[in-house]
Design a protein around this ligand. Structure first.
Ligand code: PLP
Length: 401
């Protein structure tokens, strides 16, 4: 008899569970649009060419060791990540007001940031958009933060509920933490416009609230790293403080390498130093220090002009293929005469389309067509290819009629 006999059976993760179910499906027509991982138009995972080059160089260099990194990670990686997010000449960067530590991809960086906020921030309440990436609702309570929500997505327009969002932020307590997706909001693909961001920023600053940015898709929205950082950079430029969790999973295709960073933008360089000291106290008993390999790849790519240039081209290629899939899917639905307004497929941004398909429709498509997506009707456009669009259109058309 086991001491664990009385455990309840854990439910499958809402997003990763889709792949578990997909893998068990023996039908060859099956299509996985659940997980947010890029696929080529041949439906294959992609290792970026610049990553292969950086890796080859690292492996060939006999002067490199596998020694432990410091608690905060690889110094060059941290510096370059900060500059990638904020811009090398950003006033907050130049003034040394930002401390950046390496994290275990986006999730680990969010977790360390949350833990720090839970221990040291005066108002341990965080507001997240409805809907948001499901893991947000699990990460923050683990750090002792109370999770509340603000309106974000409007099902009627399949766009942003800007009025509702502003009302809810206004009604949220002064000093509350506000979680914001930097770009390519997951799962909705709906982002505020620059002028809406400016109004959001002014409101958050007026209420002394603390913005906590999640950047999992820089470069993936528009194909341009700087354009995608607009919201983040404007918040950092107004002199106020904020947190940022960055992930290289999608934009450098380093999913399993777990490469990310947590940056804390502080009002002064002295505060940034104090924050870094406390972050070390969070990290050391959690995992001691982060992994070396992925961070070294990123640092190599970002530090060399040629590799950086080629990465931007590859990133743009991924973003463009996703946008092309939006057009192919939209055109095919139109041609088929599938009932409903599908313009949101074109308007939404980044890796996902929030289709508006209901749970029963999602289940129907899985049963009859072996098309897998999350229960909320989110499909990964990156998982779609020219060859699989017709099958998806058949499934959607049948589901909505
Ligand atoms: N934040 C958002 C909004 C995401 O969509 C994801 C990944 O899907 C992450 C964070 C974190 O991903 P990872 O931990 O793989 O970097």
């Amino acid at each position: 008899i086991s001491v664990w006999e009385k455990l309840t059976e854990a439910p499958e993760d809402a997003i990763l569970g889709v792949t578990v179910a997909y893998n068990k499906d023996p039908n060859p027509v099956k299509l996985n649009l659940g997980v947010g991982a890029y696929r080529t138009d041949e439906g294959k995972p992609l290792v970026l060419e610049v990553v292969r080059q950086a890796e080859a160089r690292l492996v060939a260099d006999r002067s490199r060791y596998k020694e432990y990194l410091p608690i905060v990670g690889l110094a060059a990686f941290n510096k370059l990540s900060k500059e990638l997010a904020f811009g090398a000449d950003h006033p907050a960067v130049v003034a040394n007001r930002i401390t950046t530590v390496q994290g275990l991809s986006g999730t680990g960086s969010l977790r360390v940031g949350a833990e720090f906020m839970g221990q040291h921030y005066h108002t341990p309440i965080i507001y997240v958009p409805v809907p948001t990436w499901g893991n947000h609702n699990k990460i923050f309570p683990k750090a002792g933060l109370k999770v509340q929500s603000y309106r974000y997505y409007d099902p009627a327009t399949r766009g942003l509920n800007f009025t509702g969002m502003m009302e809810d932020l206004k009604a949220a307590p002064d000093g509350a933490i506000i979680l914001l997706h930097v770009c390519a909001h997951n799962p909705t693909g709906v982002d505020p416009l620059p002028e809406q961001w400016d109004a959001i920023r002014q409101l958050i600053r007026a209420k002394g609230q603390f913005p906590f940015f999640d950047s999992a898709y820089q470069g993936f929205a528009s194909g341009d790293l700087d354009a995608d950082a607009y919201a983040l950079r404007s918040f950092a430029a107004d002199g106020g403080e904020l947190a940022l969790a960055q992930s290289y999973a999608k934009n450098m295709g380093l999913y399993g390498e777990r490469v990310g960073a947590l940056s804390m933008v502080c009002a002064t360089a002295a505060a940034a130093k104090l924050v870094e000291g406390q972050l070390k106290l969070v990290i050391r008993p959690m995992y001691s220090s982060p992994p070396l390999h992925g961070a070294a790849i990123v640092a190599t790519v970002l530090s060399e002009e040629k590799l950086l240039h080629d990465w931007k081209a590859e990133l743009k290629g991924m973003a463009d293929r996703i946008i092309e899939m939006r057009h192919k899917l939209y055109d095919a639905l139109l041609q088929r005469g599938t009932p409903g307004d599908w313009t949101h497929i074109l308007k939404q941004i980044g890796m996902f389309t929030f289709t508006g398909l209901t749970k029963p429709q999602v289940d129907f498509m899985r049963e009859k067509y072996h098309v897998y997506m999350t229960g909320d009707g989110r499909i990964s456009m990156a998982g779609l290819s020219t060859a699989t669009v017709p099958h998806l259109v058949n499934a959607i058309d049948d589901a909505v009629r």
